[in-house]
Write a protein that binds this ligand. Structure first.
Ligand SMILES: Cc1ncc(COP(=O)(O)O)c(C=O)c1O
Length: 400
């Protein structure tokens, strides 16, 4: 019998090699207690969280938590059903209303995760004779959405407007085209030139979908994302987002002004053939989204944190993913996986949690320590974070 697991042998070997060096498994951390959006207990130690994507710190917001408790009491622990059968409660409608108000758009459709939102929308709207033109550094859920559908896939170089335009010009003018972009790319924390990209896409007759998972709540005057910040939100056909970052719970969505959008509820398989979100989750999401509409002060503070951490890390001598801070993600580039894992562990010992990211998730085979800031990180915490990076960096000889 052929062992179907033999294809994983190289990965198993690499993992065992890394763990044999004595390093803690960076992909198996347990949070024993979570005290706030910025502090948890890990390995019995108080740890500052700098890798949770909890950008707006909504997870412990008293109104959000109270809404979850209330829904749990009134509607029970789960819906046990699909949105198109018994799984649509008033709470699902309420969170879709909150999204429509947040984005000032006509339609909102909530999925069980952001992953499923990409999977569902991309695979459903781009059919057999259509083309999906996507940035090569797109998130796995975008690629998986392409794999689930039947459209032809045309990748272009990351954030390269000319490459996008060239690809579009080579396609049959009459063919259906969907350009898929992200507002913020989560590996390096860099922002897409959406103004130019949306313009060339529209000139070629393409529809545009922008995944704003890492910008919702934070970027743009109303927190609607990079498309808002760059003044092109009215030209974007579909915005995909998630509740698992700034909103502070779990779930995904698509908002749109397309007049036929609602038909997706009947034809989108990752929406139809799965259970809907629990009532407590949609209640927390709706409350959080409504509060995010009025969070200008938090947005300002988060920008300050991002700028300070970027400048401080640079001053310490770390190589960063972007020359300037462009989002709430700051990626520290490590020379190799071994050094990255050692630095990750040294930071954890200091009392700091960041994300270790390695190929194939990262662009250009990079090993990264990804930091995601929170609007609730205090000035003092950002200072502590920089001290911990200095100590861990020297201990692992990443900096001198
Ligand atoms: C760009 C992007 N899109 C979609 C998702 C999926 O979101 P969710 O966690 O809700 O499945 C993520 C999550 O990491 C993401 O980074």
């Amino acid at each position: 019998m052929a062992d179907l697991f033999s294809k994983f042998d190289p990965l198993i070997e690499m993992r065992e090699g890394l763990l044999a060096s004595g390093v803690t498994d960076p992909f198996n951390l347990v949070m024993e207690k979570v005290e706030s959006p910025t502090v948890a207990i890990c390995n019995g130690r108080r740890t500052i969280l700098l890798g949770t994507y909890n950008y707006m710190g909504m997870t412990f917001d008293p109104d959000v938590v109270a809404a979850g408790h209330k829904a749990l009491d009134e509607f029970g622990s789960g819906t046990t059903g699909s949105r198109v059968l018994n799984g649509t409660y008033v709470g699902h409608k309420a969170v879709e209303e909150a999204l429509k108000d947040f984005y000032a758009m006509d339609h909102a459709m909530v999925f069980s995760t952001g992953y499923q939102a990409n999977l569902g929308v991309i695979s459903t709207i781009a059919g057999k004779d259509d083309y999906i033109i996507l940035d090569i550094d797109s998130h796995a859920s975008i690629y998986d959405g392409c794999a689930l559908g039947n459209a032809q896939i045309v990748p272009f170089r990351h954030n390269d407007v000319e490459a996008l335009e060239k690809r579009l010009k080579r396609l049959p003018p009459e063919a259906g085209k969907l350009v898929v972009l992200e507002g913020v790319y989560s590996m390096l924390g860099d922002v897409a030139p959406l103004t130019e990209m949306v313009a060339v896409s529209k000139a070629a007759g393409a529809m545009v979908l922008v995944d704003e998972a890492h910008s919702m709540g934070f970027i743009g005057q109303n927190g609607r994302g990079v498309a808002e910040a760059q003044g092109v939100i009215d030209d974007v056909d579909f915005i995909i987002g998630t509740f698992s970052k700034s909103v502070g719970t779990v779930g995904g969505f698509c908002v749109s002004n397309h007049p036929k959008f609602e038909i997706l509820r009947l034809v989108c398989r990752p929406y139809v053939f799965t259970a809907s979100l629990p009532p407590s989750v949609v209640a927390t999401a709706a409350t959080s989204i409504r509060k995010l509409m009025d969070s200008a002060d938090k947005r300002t503070h988060l920008w300050e944190n991002s700028k300070r951490l970027h400048a401080g890390l640079r001053q310490l001598g770390f190589q960063l993913g972007t020359d300037e801070p462009q989002s709430a993600i700051i990626a520290v580039i490590m020379p190799d996986l071994e050094t990255g894992a050692a630095m990750w562990e040294a930071l954890l010992r200091e009392g700091l949690y960041v994300n270790l990211a390695r190929p194939p998730a990262t662009p250009a085979n990079m090993t990264l320590l990804r930091c995601s800031l929170c609007a609730l990180h205090s000035e003092e915490q950002v200072g502590e974070i920089l001290e911990m990076f200095a100590a861990a960096g020297r201990a692992t000889r990443c900096i001198s």
